[in-house]
Design a protein around this ligand. Sequence first.
Ligand code: KG4
Ligand code: ZN
Length: 340
Amino acid sequence: MLILGIETSCDETAAAVVEGKGERIEVLSNVVSSQIEIHKKYYGVVPEVAAREHVLNILPVIDEALQKAGIAREEAAKKIGAMAVTAGPGLITSLIVGVETAKTLACVWKLPVVAVNHIEGHVCANFIAAEKMKYPAVILTVSGGHTLLALMKKAGSLKIVGDTRDDAAGEAFDKAAKLLGLGYPGGPAVSKAAAGFNGEKTVSLPRPMIDSGDFDFSFSGLKTALLYKIKKDESWADRVPEYCHEFQRAVIETLVAKTLKAAKKYGAKTMMLAGGVAANSALREEFAAAADRQGLVYKIPDLKYTTDNAAMIAAAGYLKAKKKRFVPWARLKANPNLEL
Ligand code: KG4
Ligand code: ZN
């Protein structure tokens, strides 16, 4: 079955076609039009501007995804089995563009539609071209809006066991980058600067809630700790790589330690990583090494499916379509606070 996926929850306009056959999901096309260059000067996403860009980009992006998958526009209605669209969580002004476009196409092409939760989409990036999973799995989802630990006892069933109490991990990277005078998005900028540090460590930041006994996270204090450190350090501007390195280590050590604890508590066989922060190479390495040490299987999405894309949404859509979890197009609604 071919699924056309659409994602517009934040600042990427994305469309993809995946083919699902039994347990196997293959990507036929994956098109992402990023607005990063436009939002850079504001150090964050401006919802009004994002919405306008989505409106301008959505049809060309869908058209390109169909073309790259070898589907002529006039055959789309016949060849595609279902549409999958991100219904939330995200920015309402952005979500609504994807949702209304999916509704229009579903109505005209007479196709069934699946509403996908964006976080579920990130998790399902791990199911693309994947071998059979071993359950239970503990999943760490780290993005600009979320830091979640979830338990999956069988394919598709997600139960949250830990959440962030304030800033998400990606948001923490973005705020740290801003404090240190680096660009947006902060994650890649901090990670690049951190890679340039190989001296002896002189700065020390806290590992927030690392021993809290639960699986929740809190990163806003870490950002404040960084702010106080640089305020007291007249030469901080000369030591940005070291600050980035220590900040990144503090985030990674906390994330990995809590994931390991959750894996132990729930008897997990697999540790899974998902979300935009999963693009961080130090986190990918540390996550894999920790799972190896613990004798667990680990799953980390291919780099191109870590930050927002529609292949992950189509993959999640396929798993739902298999169970016939369709929504009549007229009832499909964008929900900025959609829960898992
Ligand atoms: O999943 P995503 O694309 O969008 C949301 O759903 O939020 O995640 C974006 C977040 C941003 O905060 C960005 O700074 C972070 O992922 N990010 C990274 C890296 N690449 C993206 N964080 C750390 N290291 C990276 N290499
Ligand atoms: Zn995302």
